[in-house]
Design a protein around this ligand. Structure first.
Ligand code: GUN
Ligand code: ZN
Length: 439
């Protein structure tokens, strides 16, 4: 047996306990100027001052000094599409044209297992190089794509969530399943992957337009049979999408009512976009503890609209933030926070950088109900973490000459940073960024 040595990582450490209300809200986060993490068997064994942690390290511990960089929990991306790696940056009009002209053709290629395997390698390299250690993805409608997605995650030891997209109408035949086959395939994939290593299966009806009532019923049955699984779908992204959904489901109270009628809502339900919400929909989201997922780069790129965070928060709705690749335009959660900040700034809902970094880490972990495992650097959690360099580029270096606080540094990272600011990405305690391209 290979003996695994403990690891000690030294650096400036930031970990959140709750959403900070401002830089003085010291209960909400721990910041250690000369800090260290002790990592054993893929878990964080201890966090504290370097001097204290050093005394706890067993003989043979391998020490890495990341000073002067900042160590935080790895980023979590709560909504993106694995088969859209080659859809990103497609010149389209709004959502429905973009789906028909670019997205559905690209997803058809995932019938081929070898294509899925090749794209999966690039997909995970991109996540790792951008400091994303957990993501929640839609695979294509082909079970092959789910195999490729989870197999590559397993090879890298990553905690990943995802599932087969269920879609039985409104798309090319080659992409359509049936209510029965989508139920059977999802159930078999779920049985194989859910809880295997770090994989979590997500029941994935694409959205109301591409599902018959029979298929949404099948999705509801799956969720009922597997209440430990998440469910993801899209809602209220685009005005034409909403109008067409209302035509297809005239008996529903509203768009959310469609999903409500089939038992798809609950604390493990992730609803992408949630831009154009009615008062009733917000109330039902709150009652069911369903999660609204903000996808800023996608909402800007597809001209979908402005996510109203303050309004949803006032209604008590849980929220995540995500890239939505390939409607979204960047794999970077730093860029996603930057664009999210601007979407909210347009509505006079400016977030403090401590709030945005909380959102991309512990906030998204809470949105997934996984905060006991990921999203913070507490002892006992999984050692998924990143090393951030706020001086990674010339614009960042020059701006950092005038930075006077941790908040300044975070805001520089968010506004000017990208994958170049990610010095290292540790997955279950293993440095992975350095190995990209070696596979
Ligand atoms: N609605 C249904 N499918 C999709 C998708 O792939 N991307 C986005 N942004 N919205 C959707
Ligand atoms: Zn999406």
């Amino acid at each position: 047996m290979i003996e695994q040595h403990a690891k000690l990582l030294r650096g400036r450490i930031l970990s959140f306990n709750a959403e900070p209300q401002g830089p003085e809200d010291h209960d909400a986060f721990d910041y250690i100027e000369d800090g260290a993490l002790l990592i054993e068997d893929g878990l964080i064994a201890a966090r504290g001052d370097y001097a204290a942690i050093k005394t706890m390290a067993p003989a043979g511990t391998v020490e890495t000094d990341h000073r002067p960089h900042l160590i935080t929990a790895g980023f979590i991306d709560t909504h993106l599409h694995f088969p859209q790696v080659q859809v990103i940056a497609s010149w389209a009009d709004q959502l429905l044209d973009w789906l028909n002209d670019y997205t559905f053709p690209a997803e058809q290629r995932f019938a081929d297992r070898a294509h899925g395997e090749r794209i999966a390698k690039g997909f995970y390299d991109l996540l790792i190089s951008n400091g994303t250690t957990t993501a929640v993805a839609y695979c294509s409608s082909h079970p092959n794509s789910v195999e490729a997605y989870f197999s590559e995650a397993e090879r890298r030891g990553m905690r990943m969530l995802g599932g087969k997209t269920m879609m039985d109408r409104g798309a090319p035949e080659a992409l359509c399943d049936t209510a029965q086959s989508s139920y059977d395939d999802s159930k078999a994939l779920l049985a194989k992957w859910n809880g295997r290593g770090r994989a979590n299966y997500v029941i994935t009806p694409r959205f109301a337009i591409t599902s018959t009532p029979e298929q949404l019923e099948a999705a509801g049955a799956l969720l009922k049979e597997h209440p430990d699984c998440h469910l993801q779908t899209h809602i209220n992204e685009n005005h034409n999408e909403i109008a067409y959904t209302r035509e297809l489901y005239p008996q529903a109270k509203d768009y959310l009512g469609v999903y409500e009628d089939f038992g798809l809502l609950g604390p493990r339900t992730l609803l992408g976009h949630c831009i154009h919400m009615t008062e009733r929909e917000k109330a039902v989201m709150q009652e069911t503890a369903s999660v609204a997922v903000f996808c800023p780069t996608s909402n800007l790129f597809l001209g979908s609209g402005l996510f109203n965070r303050a309004d949803l928060q006032a209604s008590g709705v849980r929220m995540g933030i995500a890239t939505d690749i390939g409607g979204g335009t960047s794999y970077s959660m730093l860029s996603t926070l930057d664009e999210g900040y601007k979407v909210l700034q347009l509505q006079r809902q400016r977030l403090h950088p401590l709030q945005t970094f909380f959102w991309a880490t512990l906030g998204n972990a809470e949105a997934l109900s996984l905060e006991d495992k990921i999203g913070n650097l507490n002892a006992g959690t999984e050692a998924d973490l990143i090393v951030l360099d706020a001086r990674a580029t010339l614009p960042m270096c020059l701006r950092m000459e005038t930075a006077t606080s941790l908040s300044d540094e975070l805001f520089v990272l968010q506004t000017l940073g990208d994958d170049r600011a990610i010095v290292e990405t540790y997955v279950a305690g293993e440095a992975q960024k350095v190995t990209i391209g070696a596979s």
